[in-house]
Write a protein that binds this ligand. Sequence first.
Ligand SMILES: [Cu+2]
Ligand SMILES: [Zn+2]
Length: 195
Amino acid sequence: MKSIQAIALALVFIMAFSCKQAKKETEEATEEVEETVDQMAETTEPESITFSMEPKSDSNVNGEVVFTQDNGNVVMKATFTGLDEGEHAIHLHEKADCSSADGKSTGGHWNPTFEKHGKWGAEDGYHKGDIGNFTADADGNATVDFSTDEWCIGCDDEKKNILGKAVIVHQGVDDYTSQPSGAAGARIACTGIIQ
Ligand SMILES: [Cu+2]
Ligand SMILES: [Zn+2]
């Protein structure tokens, strides 16, 4: 009788132990999965911010701009409608304030490095907002693709941080030489870059 009791007791111990072990393993596996998910979020999920452009200076221009930060680069993708066919300038201006009807409330070109206005990448200098020109088709539609490691979205470097600035589209063409803004004419679409 005693030996049966002893065997039963031993069985209970073994079962309790293996249950505990199984539970522990499940917990460890769950933690591992959670860690992997966290790491994936950190390394592969780019930060994206999207804005609608509003018409200015009595234009009919509308559009959408998406900025995405990925691996030290900021990619800008914009689509526009309602433009006149041909070339137009696009810049980042210094203030995220589109309140005035002519868009001039955004101030001048964003120029945190105090350089001359110019074509992006020019040896003589260029503003960090000097994106350049793009072309609208016969229907007034256009897309802009731009990518740079000289911008960031919300980092501590004020020479790179595009938050608090504005996107401006001009009626005319940036000649890349006239100071301080390329003589690109009226401001026909605007958005602040505010998170
Ligand atoms: Cu401009
Ligand atoms: Zn400029």
